[in-house]
Design a protein. Structure first.
Length: 138
């Protein structure tokens, strides 16, 4: 349990639910994400594959892009879940995109049973690239 966000159960459930909407006909690896704003709103996303794999978009970025396109900039926590027994960790590209909005974002990496590990974006990507290092979305 993380003191910054003491009850992640709803966020974890939202990520597990979003996973069911994934479009993953090539890999069969369904991922869902749920992003909590500072105001308590949750945006969800799922991975969306493409036959040109480089055009695939991860669940974490879908959720973040939905939120940002609605004017959100302040994020507290993200849960990311897959069908795997392993904890689902954001890929490097997602870590970099999430870091744009702050190193302190709490990330719940969820397995298929709803158990999770907790890290911050800063812990997941300690030497990230930033042109805005001094403001870094904090």
């Amino acid at each position: 349990m993380n003191n910054k966000f003491p009850d992640p159960a709803g966020l974890v459930r939202a990520a597990l639910s979003a996973r069911t909407r994934a479009y993953a006909p090539y890999s069969g690896f369904r991922v869902g994400a749920a992003l909590l704003t500072g105001e308590g709103k949750i945006y969800t996303g799922c991975n969306i594959e493409n036959s040109s794999y480089g055009l695939t978009c991860c669940a974490e970025r879908v959720a973040l892009f939905k939120a940002v396109s609605e004017g959100e900039r302040n994020f507290k926590a993200l849960a990311v879940a897959s069908d795997s027994q392993e904890y689902c960790s954001p890929c490097g590209a997602c870590r970099q995109v999430l870091a744009e909005f702050g190193d302190r974002l709490t990330v719940y990496m969820v397995n298929n049973t709803g158990e999770y590990l907790v890290k911050t974006v800063g812990e997941l990507l300690p030497a990230r690239f930033s042109l805005l290092r001094d403001s870094a979305g904090e």
